[in-house]
Write a protein that binds this ligand. Structure first.
Ligand SMILES: Nc1ncnc2c1ncn2[C@@H]1O[C@H](COP(=O)(O)OP(=O)(O)OP(=O)(O)O)[C@@H](O)[C@H]1O
Length: 416
């Protein structure tokens, strides 16, 4: 294999034989192939993709789409039924909970066992033990059997091990969602540092984590790859498909609304089509359309929607995103009308106006994705969600690092 690739997966599939009744398995064994008692089920089918050295690739897909099965085959813990997998480098994997550690052994004993499986000698593990314990940050439990651990403690220890085995490739399945916020931040810091030289294959349902961390994303559906592309595009399509699947969407609406600011990419959207966003405008305090902003100023955002069927409890909202698709801030009208719900009649138009002060922002292009839905924040039907309806250019007047800047009231040095 060309050494530019860390992982190359070609035509890989995993087939399971499903028996409707438990005794059918026995009958099948006794009667050979004279009569077939099983159904073939492909958990993963004809999957091909490659990961270059140094890339961070995210795999996303709904429950049961084949993500874990694929990762297990890449890590060598599950044999593929078809195809080939080539891996170039030492792989450290954090797969499903429960795999890997012996529940009867203490945390410390499991560290020795797991790290030695990655080829580390006893002396090297001894030398790394302090750092592993510090990373896991569960010192009181290191000498307890791991069967007494909570799932969060288990992941802490497992992550601490894979972070210290000098791997070339990390394969991580949903680990970031298990720990608490501090531990997740620690893992993300570690992953970012690892990504400077290493290769990462990463499964998550968290689209923000995929957008933040990955250079490429793979969308799986029913065991097959439906898309490989930029994290932003792939996660947008994943979210759209989630809504469509859950909400009996009658048609995908993708017309371009009028916008006051540059709208170079043709926006794509989805929704029932019962209402449609027809115009998005960013205005200054006098109501004049803005063609660019500096950050920090007071603005108004108008989202105009046409209503085609009667809608109860409408919610209009938006996400303000940077060029990587990271949501910088978002809001919607739900809370303002929570106690006094509106209804909209077919044939009307509604304009949602949001008046706010922009945060200080680094120079660059940002986008606004508006949406109209009905229901509550937790449970709603999307009528029209429009990705990147409007591009907002920021020419920052003051240097700003990070995602946003905050206006400093005062700065001083006090020598004591
Ligand atoms: N040993 C098995 N025997 C039969 N079917 C299996 C087996 N293991 C997995 N499957 C099936 O294969 C499909 C893919 O499962 P997999 O765990 O890879 O999905 P996933 O995308 O990781 O899901 P989740 O997001 O819920 O973790 C599922 O329909 C699952 O029921």
């Amino acid at each position: 294999m060309s050494s530019e690739f860390a992982i190359k997966v070609e035509g890989v599939g995993k087939n399971y034989r499903l028996y409707d009744k438990p005794h059918h398995r026995l009958l099948q064994m006794l009667r050979g192939e004279k009569k077939i008692y099983y159904r073939d089920f492909w958990a993963v089918k004809d999957v091909s993709f490659s990961v270059r050295k140094g890339e961070t690739v995210g795999i996303i897909g709904r429950n049961g789409s084949g993500k874990s099965t694929l990762l297990q085959m890449i890590c060598g813990t599950l044999m593929p039924s078809t195809g080939s997998i080539e891996v170039n480098g030492r792989v450290a994997a954090l797969l499903e909970l429960g795999a890997g550690f012996n529940p009867e052994f203490t945390g410390r004993e499991n560290v020795y066992m797991a790290a030695s499986l990655y080829g580390l000698s006893r002396e090297i593990i001894d030398a790394k033990m302090t750092a592993i314990i510090a990373f896991a940050d569960i010192p009181d439990f290191m000498d307890q059997p791991v069967k007494t651990y909570s799932s969060g403690m288990y992941v802490r220890l497992a992550f601490a091990v894979i972070a210290h085995v000098d791997a070339d490739i990390l394969v991580v399945d949903e680990a970031l969602s298990v720990g608490d916020a501090f531990f997740t931040q620690k893992c993300i810091r570690f992953l970012r540092q690892f990504m400077e030289t290493g290769t990462v294959l990463f499964v998550s349902h968290d689209t923000a984590a995929i957008v933040n961390l990955c250079s490429k994303a793979v969308l799986l559906r029913s065991g097959k790859i439906v898309e490989i592309g930029t994290p932003k595009e792939v996660t947008e399509h994943y979210l759209a498909a989630l809504y469509e699947a859950n909400q009996d969407i009658r048609g995908v609406v993708a017309d371009q609304p009028e916008t006051s600011v540059d709208a170079k990419p043709v926006p794509t959207g989805f929704g029932t089509g019962d209402a449609k966003i027809i115009a998005v405008q960013l205005l200054d305090q006098e109501g004049e359309p803005l063609s660019w902003v500096v950050g920090g100023e007071s603005v108004m955002l108008d989202i105009r929607c046409a209503v085609f069927r009667d809608i109860q409890r409408p919610i209009v909202g938006f996400e303000f995103k940077d060029r990587l698709g990271q949501v910088i801030f978002s809001d919607n009208t739900f809370l303002a009308y929570a106690d006094d719900a509106l209804s909209l009649n077919a044939g009307t138009e509604v304009v949602a106006r949001f008046e706010f002060q922009l945060p200080l922002l680094p120079s660059g292009d940002y986008s606004i994705s508006p949406a109209i839905a009905s229901g509550t924040q937790e449970d709603h039907i999307q009528h029209h969600w429009l990705h990147d309806a409007m591009i907002v250019r920021v020419h920052a007047q003051t240097p700003c690092l990070g995602l946003i800047g905050v206006p400093m009231k005062k700065m001083r040095l006090r020598i004591e």
